[in-house]
Write a protein that binds this ligand. Structure first.
Ligand SMILES: [Zn+2]
Length: 89
């Protein structure tokens, strides 16, 4: 069973299909795709469209690059990787 998590881009709340959202009548095990269209973020009230899928393999958003061997004093650059936005298809 695939575990799907979606995060609110507004407040960072994570919807976990395993837990659902009992406070709003969403039973545990309800996939994000099966949420009613009027479901909103329990924390900030953002609509479904403000959520983006959290993909397990790319959950790490900050990638630290190894310093170049020839330049040991080089400052490590932090690269920010944007989570893929779920476009309406
Ligand atoms: Zn939110």
């Amino acid at each position: 069973m695939a575990i799907t998590k979606y995060t609110c881009l507004v407040c960072g709340y994570v919807y976990d299909s395993v837990h659902g959202d009992p406070d709003q009548g969403i039973a545990p095990g309800t996939l994000f795709d099966d949420l009613p269209e009027d479901w909103t973020c329990p924390k900030c009230g953002a609509p479904l469209m403000d959520f983006t899928e959290v993909v397990r393999n790319t959950s790490e958003v900050i990638i630290e690059e190894e310093p170049v061997k020839d330049e040991p004093t080089k400052v490590i650059k932090k690269k920010k990787v944007e989570l893929p936005k779920k476009n309406e298809e």
